[in-house]
Design a protein around this ligand. Structure first.
Ligand code: F6P
Length: 326
């Protein structure tokens, strides 16, 4: 049996509010179970360059409420090469790290899966991304906070949209997933959400025009998911200008504002549960899995499943949004 004595923890890819709460949970839970913990800085980059520090209970004090990640993060090209991963493994051995807990999204888990298989080491993932686009978990850490940040921003834009009786296209993040766009549209009372999942079958802008948006209202807000397939808020508004110049539209791109800020209570609780579950999973001899939450129960999801498919958005929510914006 593979006896784990020391775990390494890292955060990789785009940061997400609640990552610090997860770092705290993993560290404290590991120490509680008698394991040593080493913090690896700047994701896989730090594993390659050897930026590794011993973590104690106090190393994670006073961080549960902070956005970002105290471990810093990076997207690492070198880890995509065999040579890079070999150096990373050698550093793990040198540091006496027997297992890894990696916090991030699909890019992080893709790297983790290859690394774990190549060197036969236990790796467990904790889903942290504002996009909520990992399969096998209902929610990812950071999504709830980002959603609330978007809704707060849209509420503010609504004030000026209303005063000027204007149409606004507000672009939100999500890479190629529409969770943030669709649910922020519902929560902010927006007219519609233009999301990548629907774009293939339908010209969503034209549908909106045909439906006659803004006729009976003095302002309209449309949430647009960033994505090449939607064209983003800029693409949509340029099309509108050309095809329907009668509309006086404005755009707002919320950008990285969505990734910052204090994590919501929900994200802190989710991070605490999943961080502790990651250590339970390692002690339970699980490897190559992501811990997740389904119907509020903790689940173990193989990396291959977590990153494989496109997680579907709930199509019924599109209908609800349509009905409520009539
Ligand atoms: O995956 C998280 C995310 O914030 C996406 O929503 C967005 O497309 C991307 O990261 C932005 O990445 P970067 O910070 O590298 O520009």
């Amino acid at each position: 049996m593979y006896q784990i004595k020391t775990i390494g923890i890292l955060t990789s890819g785009g940061d997400a509010p609640g990552m610090n709460a997860a770092i705290r949970a993993v560290t404290r839970s590991a120490i509680y179970h008698g394991l040593n913990v080493k913090g690896i800085y700047r994701g896989y980059k730090g594993l390659i360059s050897g930026e590794i520090k011993e973590f104690q209970t106090q190393s994670v004090s006073n961080i549960i409420q902070q956005g970002g990640t105290i471990l810093r993060t990076a997207r690492c090209q070198e880890f995509m090469t065999e040579e890079g991963r070999k150096i990373a493994y050698e550093n793990m051995v040198k540091e006496g790290i027997d297992a890894l807990v990696v916090l991030g999204g699909d890019g992080t888990f893709t790297g983790a899966k290859i690394f774990a298989n190549e060197f036969n080491i236990p790796v467990v993932g904790v889903p942290c991304t504002i996009d909520n686009d990992l399969c096998g978990t209902d929610y990812t850490i950071g999504y709830d906070t980002a959603l609330n940040t978007i809704v707060e921003s849209v509420d503010k834009i609504r004030d000026t949209a209303n005063s000027h009786e204007r149409l606004f296209f507000i672009e939100v993040m999500g890479r190629d997933a529409g969770f943030l766009a669709l649910n922020s549209a519902l929560a902010s009372g927006a007219e519609a959400a233009i999301i990548p999942e629907i774009v293939t079958g339908e010209d969503q802008l034209e549908t909106l025009i045909q439906r006659g948006f803004r006729k009976s209202k003095n302002s309209s807000i449309v949430i647009v998911a960033e994505s090449d397939s939607t064209g983003g808020a800029l693409g949509i508004s340029e099309r509108l200008k050309k095809e329907h110049p009668e509309y006086d539209a404005r755009i707002t791109i919320l950008g990285h504002l969505q990734r910052g800020g204090r994590p919501s209570a929900y994200d802190r609780i989710l991070a605490s549960r999943l961080g502790a579950a990651a250590i339970d999973a390692l002690l339970d001899e699980q490897r190559n899995i992501m811990v997740g939450v389904v119907h509020d129960d903790i689940v173990y999801v193989p990396f291959t499943k977590a990153i494989k498919d496109d997680k579907p958005v709930d199509a019924v929510l599109m209908d609800v949004l349509k009905a409520l914006s009539c």
